[in-house]
Design a protein around this ligand. Structure first.
Ligand code: UDP
Ligand code: MG
Length: 313
């Protein structure tokens, strides 16, 4: 039987932890009872430098029941890093890890299906929201805009999937080869590859506490997502340069015609033509420099060049 660890990043979640831990324990116990996962399965909370009593609750839980584990980060390092620290800590201890939020907005009943898919041989199971009815209109619109934007910039992501997913031991191993500091897990996990599938679920409202993702963090998250995956913005500079170059040729022709027709004051033609020409040359040069910066950026990330799924000799 497979050992499955639940990994739950928590930041100032004292209002939700007592209820969350209760429900997760029920879930894990029922899965164990149904012989779907092994007795060694655990619930791992990661305290992302909370300033409230989150960690003391975790410690208490661990004392009461050894199924609860706790990791405390030295300071608030953000959701993505907290999640990664949990996943990398349980790597090697389990056959699969399921990541989920502390507020249980993601329906934990989907976990049964996650485990079924995993037992069928899938390495990555993405939880996908079937509808966003329960989200505020603002969150819904911004989130959808975000997916569209990411798609436009060529970042491969699973639509309507947040960080609610199961990853097998070997998928976690492959993930650990991604050493990048600007972490955007939703973009990285599809790059890891392996056999994957999706499971749909209803997204609930947060049952207590407040969102730890205010608009400011959401925008930072989106910018991080784009800039850690795409060099398209750099290419756009070059494209704009080309467009301006074409414009400057047209402007040159226009001003020459005006000059020939004698409809200009002295010096106008040269000034107008040189403004456009210089503008386009500058943009093109920036684009060229950017192209090299883009290459450096890719090298610096040092992403794995390949991940082997199976080899037969
Ligand atoms: N979280 C975290 N560190 C942070 C911010 C959030 O570990 O700096 C956790 C938080 O405790 C929760 C999850 O990330 O378990 C998602 O946060 P939240 O539910 O507030 O986001 P939303 O659902 O509003 O997008
Ligand atoms: Mg939430």
């Amino acid at each position: 039987m497979k050992t499955v660890y639940f990994v739950v990043p928590c930041y100032n979640e004292q209002e939700v932890l007592p209820e969350t831990s209760k429900r997760l324990l029920e879930k894990i116990d029922s899965l164990i009872l149904q012989n779907k996962i092994s007795e060694d399965s655990r619930i791992v909370f990661v305290d992302d430098g909370s300033r409230d009593s989150t960690y003391s609750i975790m410690r208490e839980l661990h004392k009461q029941n050894s199924k609860f584990c706790a990791i405390k980060l030295s300071r608030n390092q953000g959701h993505q890093n907290a999640l990664l620290s949990g996943l990398m800590t349980v790597r090697g201890k389990c056959d699969a890890a399921i990541s989920l939020d502390a507020d249980l907005q993601d329906d934990i009943n989907a976990i049964d299906e996650f485990v079924d898919r995993f037992n069928e041989g899938y390495d990555v199971v993405y939880g996908v929201r079937s509808s966003r009815k329960k989200d505020t209109a603002f969150k819904r619109i911004t989130a959808q805009g975000f997916y569209k934007l990411m798609l436009f910039f060529g970042v491969e992501m699973v639509y309507n999937h947040a960080d609610y997913r199961l990853m097998s031991a070997r998928a976690l191993d492959a993930l650990s080869d991604f050493k990048e500091v600007n972490l955007f897990l939703r973009g990285i996990v599809p790059l890891v590859g392996f056999k994957s599938t999706t499971v749909e679920y209803e997204r609930h409202e947060r049952f207590a506490g407040t969102s730890k993702y205010p608009l400011k963090k959401m925008i930072a998250f989106a910018i991080d997502g784009i800039t850690s995956f795409s060099i398209k913005p750099i290419r756009m500079v070059f494209s704009v340069g080309v467009i301006i170059l074409i414009c400057s040729i047209l402007v040159l022709l226009y001003s020459l015609i005006q000059w020939i027709l004698g409809r200009t004051v002295a010096g106008w033609t040269t000034i107008v033509a040189s403004i456009w020409a210089l503008g386009s040359i500058q943009l093109l040069s920036l684009g060229i420099v950017g192209e090299y910066v883009g290459k450096i950026y890719k090298e610096v990330k040092a992403r794995p060049r390949f991940t082997i799924e199976e080899a037969l000799f």
